[in-house]
Design a protein around this ligand. Structure first.
Ligand SMILES: [Zn+2]
Ligand SMILES: [Zn+2]
Length: 143
């Protein structure tokens, strides 16, 4: 234990390839397509620290929709038998609640939109703030 076990998604500045990377093996992240060095994620990195890619320090969290489909299939399978025995409406209400608790949060960098999963500090993040986002986009030169 003690090592970083999270993963993140990032779009390469050079070739535009968007990919999910794991940081379990190496802290230095290279683009899988053009091999450009994207950033370094040190051991014990957490969301209290600045973004490994753009040094921005603000993140928001949202539900990780990339994982919803897989989770939905599992839940639906498990719940079908329940619905079979109870009212369908109750089943769907239950599904809603279950989705809320089971779908994991992902942290997203305000500036470079890197998606960071499984790191410490997720709980203290706030949801997307439109004004904050504008702030970061205005401070970005010409992009
Ligand atoms: Zn690249
Ligand atoms: Zn960033």
């Amino acid at each position: 234990m003690g090592s970083v076990t999270g993963s993140f998604s990032y779009e390469c500045d050079d070739c535009g390839v968007f990919k999910i990377y794991s940081v379990e093996n190496s802290p230095v992240i290279h683009c899988s397509s053009c091999n450009k060095k994207l950033g370094t994620i040190p051991k014990h990195w957490s969301l209290n620290k600045s973004c490994p890619f753009c040094q921005c320090k603000s993140y928001y969290k949202r539900k990780d929709f990339n994982q919803i489909i897989g989770i939905t299939i599992i839940i639906v399978g498990a719940i079908l038998s329940i619905i079979y025995n109870y009212f369908i409406l109750m089943g769907f209400a239950f599904l809603d609640i279950l989705m809320y608790y089971i779908v994991p949060d992902v942290a997203v960098c305000y500036k470079c939109s890197a998606e960071l999963r499984g790191f410490d500090g997720m709980d203290s993040l706030e949801v997307f703030d439109h004004h904050k986002a504008e702030l970061y986009h205005y401070s970005q030169d010409g992009k």
